[in-house]
Design a protein around this ligand. Structure first.
Ligand SMILES: [Zn+2]
Length: 83
């Protein structure tokens, strides 16, 4: 029976690496959430945000925390389009 680690994988197994990365993402997302929760969203920009099923859509995005805070008005869409 052969039961050896791949020689091209000297730094340990990928699954523990994956776990670590996922934990980091989780804690970073939590941190981001806290920032977005405490943000007043006083300034926003109109940005094209990717959507899961239908390409892109314009959203109001906070300049500070980058949270999507709603949809732009028609005027804002027009001036975004004319940039
Ligand atoms: Zn904000």
């Amino acid at each position: 029976m052969e039961n050896q680690l791949e020689p091209s994988n000297p730094k340990g197994d990928k699954s523990s690496q994956t776990k670590k990365i996922k934990e980091s993402i989780k804690s970073l997302e939590k941190e981001l959430n806290e920032i977005q929760e405490s943000c007043q969203h006083t300034e926003y920009k109109v940005a094209n945000c990717p959507k899961e099923n239908s390409g892109f859509s314009l959203k109001r995005v906070c300049k500070v925390c980058e949270k999507e805070i709603g949809y732009p008005s028609q005027d804002e869409i027009d001036s975004w389009a004319s940039l």
